[in-house]
Design a binder for this molecule. Sequence first.
Ligand code: GDP
Ligand code: CA
Length: 339
Amino acid sequence: MPTGGGRLEPRRAEGIPADLPHFTVMRITVLAGGVGAARYLRGLKQAAPEAEITVVGNTGDDITLFGLRVCPDLDTVMYTLGGGINEDQGWGREGETHRVRAELAAYGASPDWFTLGDRDFATHILRSQLLAAGQPLSAVTEVLCRRWQPGVRLLPMSDDPVETHVTLAGPGGREIHFQEWWVRLHAATPAARISASGAERARPAPGVLAAISDADVVVFPPSNPVVSIGTILAVPGIRAAVAAKTVVGVSPIIGGAPVRGMADACLTAIGVETSAAAVAAHYGPELIDGWLVDDQDKAVTDDPALAGIAVRALPLLMRDLPATTAIARAALDLAQELG
Ligand code: GDP
Ligand code: CA
């Protein structure tokens, strides 16, 4: 919930005569996972072309493979907004080949369950080189973004290592990296626990807390509430900074199911029902002020369990850029109404 008012129209500074063009731009900060966030951000850039958009990216999915540091969510945002994404897949580079991967397989190198294309490898090689030279992930991400020009400021949630781990249900439940559960096991083996390993010691990356506190609105795009947004909020200081702002979220759940992916398996692991209402209640009115649900979930707008959260229903399928832009616009409109 906001403690101070932030308006969404360009603000005219106090004491400046009305005829002088002295505007400050709207500042929007978005907590982002991968594919859902990246697509939403495309619409947000269209909806608010003048805005300064800062993206705080989830790094809990990051993993070291073949000695290289891979940051799937940061890269999905960077490639999508920079025009390098594989549109059909939603992740990875377009026009990709897999020669390096095939060579590694010929050596019997493991793991064999994670796909990395040749073009994508270059990103991970350069990132790993810069990290090994002592640069923090935030600086490395800035270097990578100089090529892609995503049109937003992309910050990792933290420069400190945080890895999402999944404890498998069942006797002697093994703890594995989130990627192994998601990619190798397709989240089909139930999770007893999902944890952000290292989060308690992590510090927000430089600029993250300021981007949140300086924002006119904080948006939760349609991202995984557990392993994307939940992980970002687990970095000490971020949840409190977000809670102090006007926050509007977009439901990643439509009609009781995720639109893509297996977010239901993650929600089940933390004891939250897979519904637009349950996700909003999980965030709670102390964190979010507004919540967009799909027309299919219209009934949620009067759900007493969501008291203190303004709920609006509209089509939430990001089927193309105009539809996505309308969703982004609706989030800003709701924030303005609430702020
Ligand atoms: P990931 O890191 O690539 O899994 O991506 P995110 O954390 O950004 O989350 C993906 C989430 O976006 C999933 O839970 C999907 O259900 C949701 N999603 C994908 N496409 C759409 C869409 O068109 N509309 C809505 N409302 N949600 C979507
Ligand atoms: Ca992800």
